[in-house]
Design a protein around this ligand. Structure first.
Ligand SMILES: Nc1ncnc2c1ncn2[C@@H]1O[C@H](COP(=O)(O)OP(=O)(O)OP(=O)(O)O)[C@@H](O)[C@H]1O
Length: 295
């Protein structure tokens, strides 16, 4: 079933059209990444989906409801983690969660929410003493309190260290595994690639690429890189290559086959391909290939 449906959505801030007629769907239980450089229109889209702003044009449905007109009904079924959390700095983490629990129907127990967000050891800490990444975790704990069916995460791991980021990925995956639909925005392409099964890349208010993550990347082939052996001219290689910092890079539809061809070619000449790296296309490759280098 479709959990989020966006059809021809547009939204202006005063005279500025931040979102210009975008369409996409997110299936129930799916993790969907909305990507794009600063100012692309991601947060505006999330704010419309969360019912904070009314759609300017087009239609938006979340769990079959209009997020703006039906926001009271949807608030009980959705969770949101926005970029700027408005916490009370003097409250402790536990007090903050308890305050939010009072406003949440059938909330999770405080300890469960803190545990999910990796904040168990910080329950007694004042919010003002939390690091930036810990504040993001507190935000996540609050977004999870109501066991939402749909969760909006706007840059959920910004400022987190690699360990906290990975722990958050596990939480997000577990939630999706339990059927929660998750729409996230992120500037960490590795995060999007690891977590999301579908994505849309926005630029200046429009979607410039979208589709299933694995399918989209599979159509882009991959690359083989190695240290260009001394005395070898890139033109001598059995396939076109670019040279970046002494490394030859060959793009190929089938990178494994390309690596075999290169290794055979090298063996016949008694050459070694040091630092050989074979990999499928990444989301970063996709971004770099987009017109105008969307980032
Ligand atoms: N309240 C507002 N008033 C006027 N312009 C706004 C407002 N909110 C956003 N904008 C503009 O709309 C455009 C889209 O902003 P938005 O926050 O949706 O982008 P984003 O893709 O989320 O960017 P980022 O990655 O930096 O968070 C930007 O050019 C921004 O300056």
């Amino acid at each position: 079933m479709t959990a989020i449906q966006v059809t021809g959505l547009s939204k202006s801030h005063q005279a500025f059209e931040a979102v210009k007629g975008i369409s996409f769907e997110v299936a129930e239980g799916e993790i969907f990444a909305l990507l794009g450089r600063n100012g692309a229109g991601k947060t505006t889209t999330v704010e419309v989906l969360a019912g904070f702003q009314r759609a300017g044009g087009g239609t938006v449905r979340v769990l079959g409801l209009d997020p703006y007109a039906d926001r009271a009904a949807l608030r009980r079924r959705t969770g949101i983690m926005l970029q700027e959390a408005g916490f009370f700095p003097d409250l402790t983490v536990a007090q903050t969660v308890d305050t939010w629990r009072d406003f949440t129907a059938a909330p999770r127990p405080r300890d469960e929410a803190l545990d999910l967000a990796g904040l168990t050891g910080r329950a007694g800490t004042q919010v003002r003493q939390l690091s930036g990444g810990e504040k993001r975790r507190l935000d996540l704990a609050l977004a999870l309190l109501g066991r939402p069916e749909v969760l909006f995460l706007d840059e959920p791991t910004a400022g987190m260290d690699p360990e906290a980021r990975r722990a958050t990925w596990d939480v997000v995956r577990d939630l999706a595994g339990q059927g929660t639909t998750i729409l996230l925005t992120t500037h960490y392409l590795e995060e999007a690639q690891r977590l999301a099964s579908a994505m849309a890349i926005m630029d200046e208010g429009v979607i410039v690429a979208s589709g299933g993550m694995a399918e989209t990347l599979a159509t882009r082939g991959g690359r083989v890189a190695f240290v260009l052996p001394a005395g070898v001219d890139p033109g001598d290689l059995p396939m076109p290559a670019t040279v970046e910092g002494g490394h030859a890079v060959c793009h190929a539809e089938d990178p494994d086959l390309a690596a075999q061809t290169l290794l055979t070619w090298a063996a016949e000449r008694g050459l070694r391909l040091a630092g050989l790296e074979v990999r499928a296309a990444t989301l970063e490759d996709l971004f770099l290939d987009l017109p105008g280098r969307v980032r």
